[in-house]
Write a protein that binds this ligand. Structure first.
Ligand code: GLU
Length: 472
């Protein structure tokens, strides 16, 4: 069997992390089986679907590098086909016109509620003869759901699911204006597109028995189904905006790498032994629907941060840079004004969790600052730091070989000469040249900042100390 999966979002918002995870699982399943992955835009709800949202879905999928093999197909471009299939079911007597008024349906509902019966259409128009019908009157079209028996399917995640047909009413497949309804368009598309495995969120699991009945009525083979449990927030409640970022691109904005988000999402509800880190190739190799958890999974930002840092440190710097660039542009950082960012990336990634923080952390290599971090300055740029800074400055000005090793030795020599511990020289110097207390090894920091800037910044620190002395 050729495997074909699909991701079928309704474009009514951004690409949600839950949707992205479903897309990833579908994509992985297709890739694992050398199959195809179809992208289908379910835009029949014209009031809620927007072009921006379609664009946001494409943007999210592209950012996550989840390319499709077929599509994108748009349901709004397939109305003729849905109509054709509705006609087909009518002709075969597998669907019927229903003329029931709103009032009748409301009354029926009230009665059912009062009698504690299942709510649903009672089949009033199911057996109208041609003579009993005036097709010029407003009507909807309903699918003739089988009256007896049950629908049984083996969900590849949840196991066997059985629903008795007596619980399913005759679903509307075309509205009064002739437009097809959601459950019907999905069925027609899944068949026409040759979908072998429907992998989707478990909010759709209740639709599946109805869809299976329709597929059988259309005379086709039923695809396999896998319903993925939902994602919960850190507090165990269904993930929503309340929890912060839920749109995939918000994660980009916050400084996450797509590699980290993918790795995070794949593990959120799926496991392979106790392995945490997966390259995309490894995901494809090991992914299997049977290892997807049956229970919902809770979001864990700490783990996402950990993975993000892992990928910032371990991916080739060029790859990280591709994604860092967006943040560099946002911050207006001029990379030509400092060292090669590629050598900074792995060194600085040790100290930060996101690309956004990384940009902040490398800023001083490229941009001068007007003020020192208040806390760091208060602690380290004190009058006692004046002498070590002056001596270090003198030595640094005379230093010709500007290498991390030499600069490190120079700092040690300064400390020795003044009979001070390394920290008493190193910390003020670090704050002076970086503006804050955070930097990689001091020798490396000095080397990368460059002689001219280093001297200028020590002067600035000495001025700061002088002012402080004057004030006290
Ligand atoms: N369009 C549906 C949604 O966005 C998905 C339908 C499906 O996967 O069958 O929830």
């Amino acid at each position: 069997m050729t495997v074909k999966t699909r991701f079928a979002p309704s474009p009514t918002g951004y690409l949600h992390v839950g949707g992205a995870r479903t897309a990833l699982y579908s994509w992985l399943y297709a890739k694992k089986h050398q199959g195809d992955f179809v992208l289908r835009i379910e835009d029949t709800d014209r009031e809620r679907s927007t072009e921006e949202s379609v664009a946001a879905i494409f943007e999210g999928m592209e950012w996550l590098m989840l390319g499709h093999d077929e599509g994108p197909f748009y349901q709004t471009q397939r109305f003729d086909r849905y109509k054709e299939q509705i006609e087909h079911l009518l002709e075969e007597g597998k669907a019927y016109r229903c003329y029931c008024s709103k009032e009748r349906l409301e009354k029926l509902r009230e009665e059912q509620q009062a009698n504690k019966q299942n709510i649903g259409y009672d089949g009033h128009c199911r057996n109208l003869s041609a003579d009993e019908q005036d097709t010029s009157k407003p009507h909807v079209i309903r699918f003739k759901n089988p009256l007896e028996g049950k629908v049984v399917f083996n969900d590849l995640i949840k196991g066997e699911i059985a629903v008795s047909n007596s619980e399913l009413d005759d679903l509307i497949i075309a509205r009064t204006d002739g437009t097809p309804t959601y459950n019907f368009t999905v069925v027609v598309d899944d068949l026409d597109m040759g979908i072998s495995h429907v992998i989707r969120g478990d909010d759709h699991v209740n639709n599946t028995p109805r869809q299976i009945n329709m597929i059988e009525a259309l005379g086709s083979e039923v695809p396999k189904y896998a319903h993925v449990p939902m994602i919960l927030g850190e507090d165990g409640k269904r993930l929503s905006k309340r929890h912060g970022a839920v749109g995939v691109m918000q994660y980009r904005d916050q400084g996450y790498l797509p590699q980290a988000v993918l790795n995070y999402l794949v593990r959120l509800g799926w496991s392979h032994g106790d392995q945490e880190v997966f390259s995309v190739e490894e995901m494809i190799e090991h992914f299997d629907l049977k290892d997807v958890n049956r229970a919902p999974s809770a979001f864990n930002t700490e783990k996402l941060n950990w993975l993000n840092q892992h990928y910032m440190k371990s991916l080739p710097a060029e790859e990280v840079l591709k994604h860092l660039q967006w943040h560099i542009d946002q911050a207006g950082l001029e990379l030509s004004q400092g060292p090669d960012i590629k050598k900074l990336i792995p060194a600085m990634a040790e100290r930060v969790k996101t690309l956004k923080e990384l940009v902040l952390a490398v800023q001083y290599f490229y941009q001068d600052y007007e003020e020192f971090d208040a806390k760091a300055a208060k602690k380290h740029l004190r009058p006692v730091a004046r002498e070590p800074l002056e001596l270090a400055k003198k030595k640094l000005s005379e230093q010709s070989e500007w290498s991390a090793e030499q600069l490190h030795a120079l700092v040690s020599a300064t400390a020795e000469e003044l009979e001070l511990g390394m920290g008493k020289v190193g910390m003020p110097l670090r704050v002076a040249v970086t503006g804050s207390g955070m930097s990689p090894d001091l020798g490396i920091t000095l080397e990368w900042i460059g002689k001219e800037r280093v001297i200028k910044r020590i002067d600035m620190a000495l001025e700061f100390i002088a002012e402080r002395e004057a004030q006290s």
